[in-house]
Design a protein. Structure first.
Length: 192
């Protein structure tokens, strides 16, 4: 309940800060403002239906998949639309009812083992970006422990992997990207 109250207050604050009144006209503020990830976690996180759809099963690293899993197993497990396949990766996508969407790329090595997972969220507006940033930060904090500050990125040291999440908003194109890679991999280059 505390999380829902905090979430509602955050949305109201963001909504109020996102517009400026000038006479009778309302103007949108610049959408390039960076959203800072939340640092507070809650053991009582109630994931939204959108977050549940995005993260899938709580088993594995992400959507029931671990780095090192066979790509054939990922293909058998994923139930969302496959939109591309290549010698290096398999891509899946789904759309939310509000026309936001998510692309998930499972990269694999020549032996067919998953070695990286890239997730791109294409969002409609600042309010949605703020909501997903907060929900994902809380979710990943709960699953993998407190994030590590790393400039404009948020980094988690998950079991046998590292996770980097970054706000990739440019102008009116709102988005988040997060990448799971091996623990020894430099994520700054892979999260761009």
């Amino acid at each position: 309940m505390r999380f829902l109250t905090l979430f509602a207050a955050t949305l109201l604050t963001v909504s109020a800060c996102n517009t400026k009144k000038s006479g009778d006209a309302v103007q949108q503020t610049d959408s390039t403002t960076q959203t800072q990830p939340a640092t507070e976690t809650s053991a009582d996180i109630e994931a939204s239906a959108d977050l549940r759809r995005l993260v899938g099963e709580d088993t594995g690293l992400f959507r029931g998949v671990n780095l090192g899993d066979a790509i054939a197993d990922v293909k058998a497990k994923e139930k969302i639309e496959q939109f591309e396949t290549s010698s290096s990766h398999v891509g899946y996508t789904f759309e939310y009812p509000n026309l936001e969407s998510t692309d998930i790329l499972y990269f694999h090595d020549p032996a067919g083992k998953v070695n990286k997972i890239d997730v791109d969220l294409y969002l409609n507006d600042q309010a949605s970006l703020t909501r997903y940033t907060r929900e994902l930060t809380d979710y990943f904090n709960q699953r993998f422990g407190r994030q590590v500050p790393n400039g404009s990125e948020t980094v988690w040291n998950a079991p046998a992997a590292r996770l980097v999440m970054k706000d990739v908003t440019k102008g009116k194109n709102f988005g988040l990207k997060f990448t799971f890679t091996g623990a020894a991999t430099n994520l700054s280059a892979s999260a761009k």
